[in-house]
Design a protein around this ligand. Structure first.
Ligand code: UD1
Length: 369
């Protein structure tokens, strides 16, 4: 009997979980792998982590590194130390990392140091904003990886421009969309969030905000609050607030101003099915997240990205995404367009079809044969 491919999969944060879930499932279905799941613990709250394991049917992690909160160096360093212990103990043949968070880069570094092949899912994304911690994580992780799985043609171009060997690059499509395709029907059946919040479809906007550039300074937050004050006069805003943003609001004594907005509904972070349900039925989405730009493109919901650039330009070129920064006039004009029945429409990019994990698994099995 052929030995199974011993594979360590490392997750750390909420957005990693939608990417690892389809991979674990495909590995289980296809066979040929011995998957071992490691959670760095960068995100640890019930509503930032556990609920996603339950809803996305991800097996319980085999190892939990307990990294928790901390400064960037601390998070990366703790992941390095504890992930190395697991790697030394198990000696896998393959390490899979996803996305661009602190545990992603730490996992890739440990793998490379021990001569273990590293696969990076969602390789080649570039915002070209070197100040973003995620951009630093992306570039470093890609440099360290042996298999670079990309979700769009421009990701491949970015990698080639950085001198990465084309033999290492595989265009497989968008793995987040695998989760969306798989759980969309369940979200419709099981999620009661619209009812709980007394919302009718198409009557509200959905907001997420947590990028350091928007929420880490008092000035940044004040600007956002001014913006939201104006937006909520035009359309109701549903805002599941990220712990990073909540902490920052509390630190600068600004929580009150947000709570004071009568047409803005502040809620705790929500699970995958509720979020999908809210997105699918929203009139528009405002966000500074990465994955949400992609989910809205797939669902054909207008998305206003409250940043100056995106590492996912395909969502602008082909999809429903518009980059608006935090300029009030620009954002209000875009919202008027949408409310007047002229939203940006798009198409679903190539290979965003729910079968990305299958393609990845097949490539890995072939390469390790
Ligand atoms: C991280 C990722 C970012 C990703 C985001 C998704 C990096 C560099 N950033 O940013 O790319 O888009 O996750 O959410 O890896 N906290 C809690 N409970 C939790 C998790 C975090 O209270 O379960 C608090 C932490 O204590 C910290 C803050 O939220 O104060 C930020 O968490 P952190 O993991 O440092 O980064 P994110 O901003 O979430």
């Amino acid at each position: 009997m052929k030995t199974k491919l011993k594979t360590l999969l490392l997750v750390g944060t909420r957005p990693n979980l939608m990417k690892i879930a389809p991979l674990m499932k495909a590995m289980e279905e296809k066979g040929g792998f011995e998957p071992i799941l490691v959670h760095s613990g960068q995100h640890y709250d019930q509503n930032m982590s556990q609920v996603f394991f339950e809803q996305l049917q991800i097996p319980k992690p085999d190892y939990h590194l307990g990294v928790g909160s901390g400064k960037h160096g601390e998070q990366i360093a703790k992941t390095l130390i504890h992930f190395e212990e697991v790697v030394v103990k198990l000696i896998p043949r393959l390490i899979v990392v996803v996305g661009d968070v602190n545990s992603t880069v730490a996992g890739a570094l440990v793998g490379t140091r021990y001569g273990i092949k590293v696969a990076h899912v969602e390789a080649g994304l570039r915002s070209f904003n070197w100040e973003m911690p995620e951009e630093q994580n992306r570039v470093l992780t890609d440099r360290l990886s042996d298999f670079l799985f990309t979700h769009s043609p421009e990701a491949e171009i970015n990698l080639l421009n950085e001198g990465i060997d084309s033999q290492k690059i595989f265009f497989v499509g968008n793995i987040m969309i695998d989760s969306l395709v798989r759980f969309r029907a369940q979200a419709r059946e099981r999620s009661t969030i619209l009812k709980r919040l007394q919302l009718t479809p198409g009557s509200y906007s959905l907001l997420t905000l947590h990028r350091p550039s928007n929420v880490d300074t008092k000035e940044g937050l004040e600007k956002i609050i001014r913006l939201l004050r104006m937006v909520q006069e035009r359309i109701k805003i549903i805002y599941p607030i990220h712990p990073r943003t909540q902490k920052s609001l509390d630190k600068f004594g600004l929580s009150y101003y947000l709570k004071d907005l009568s047409n803005l509904v502040l809620i705790e972070p929500i699970g995958y099915l509720d979020f999908l349900s809210l997105t699918e039925k929203a009139k528009l989405v405002m966000t500074d997240s990465g994955g949400i730009q992609e989910e809205t493109t797939y669902l054909n919901i207008p998305c206003l990205t409250l940043r100056e650039e995106t590492e996912r330009p395909i969502t602008v070129l082909k999809g429903t995404n518009t980059i608006v920064g935090t300029d009030e006039d620009r954002i209000l004009a875009e919202i008027e367009n949408i409310l007047n029945g002229n939203p940006k429409r798009g198409i679903i990019p190539e290979l965003w079809d729910g079968k990305t994990s299958e393609r990845i698994i097949n490539i890995l099995l072939e390469k390790f044969d």
